[in-house]
Design a protein around this ligand. Sequence first.
Ligand SMILES: [Cu+2]
Length: 365
Amino acid sequence: MFQRTAMLLTAILFLAACTGRQPIEVSAPTNPPPTQTEDDQHTSAPIGSMSPMDPAQAHMMSPIDGPSIQPPSAERGAQPLPFRMEDGVKVFELTTQLTRWSILDLDSGSPVTVTAMTYNGMVPGPLIRVTEGEQIRVVVHNQLPEPTTIHWHGVEVPNAMDGVPDMTQPPIQPGETFTYEFTARPAGTFIYHSHYEGDRQVSTGLYAPLIIDPAEPESNPPDIDAVLMLSEWLERDGLTYAAMPMMGMEPNYFTINGKAFPSTETIRVKVGQRVRLRFIGIGQFIHPMHLHGFSFKITASDGHPVPQAAQLTKDTLSIAPGERYDVEFTATETGKWMLHCHILHHTTNNNVEPGGLMLVVEVTP
Ligand SMILES: [Cu+2]
């Protein structure tokens, strides 16, 4: 009972704070917290404090802001990350920073920008693409106003490189640099993302694709190979909050590779070409992605190849947070075919359809 009342209080405070353009109120409410009844004492205590006075909770729910918010480095995210060779090691550089990021571009007619936490000024962060067995080193410069770490989701890294703050490494403080180094394995579709306050940092842009190509090159690679990272945003009155599955913090925008429809990228295909889509769930909600016109086969799950006999044929596939599915189909019919989430609220922009998790697969002769 106490927990529910406190949650309600928190939500009311949040909603009240959001009716103006002010950040969430973090000072103590004038009303005292509800007194516990004898009955309440028998219920388990909430994990952490659900009190609206808790500064840690207030921080998680506060808008993304800082002294230096940079313009984006690219119009679209997941651009290939260049590297240099040092003694046989592929060396990559990442800078975490605050970036003003467009989720709905000017030509959409209703532009929307968010204040994102980014790797190298884009959402998703730059694509790291390497070959199985290569030694890679990633130098991370933290220019965020808060600490961070990177977790290499699904990659078989040594424990010290796993990126869990205060467990495998100290958090990378603002202004500090930390170097990750490991052998790229196994082959497949992976993610790198923040593991520090993930509820806040991953929700607001600190994620990117990591593709490890097999050491033995594919005998029959697809004609089109697209990464699709699915996520959510909460933008209200010009302020950006971490989108959470929690009352008052639910998302109102939904993006594929950092863009909401109609700003999502069209996948252009010629009739007869084979298409691979690498779905990556990196938000906090499940997205059943449905393709019009074609069914597809699941060729890899969480980076690992699915044997041919076990490859399900589907036209709708639920992608849960953290999951990756590679799917393949051959485009046999011309047309503009929709690919969209079938939780239909997720195909809206701030409650207006069409928008969100939709893109066009355009098949031409
Ligand atoms: Cu969805």
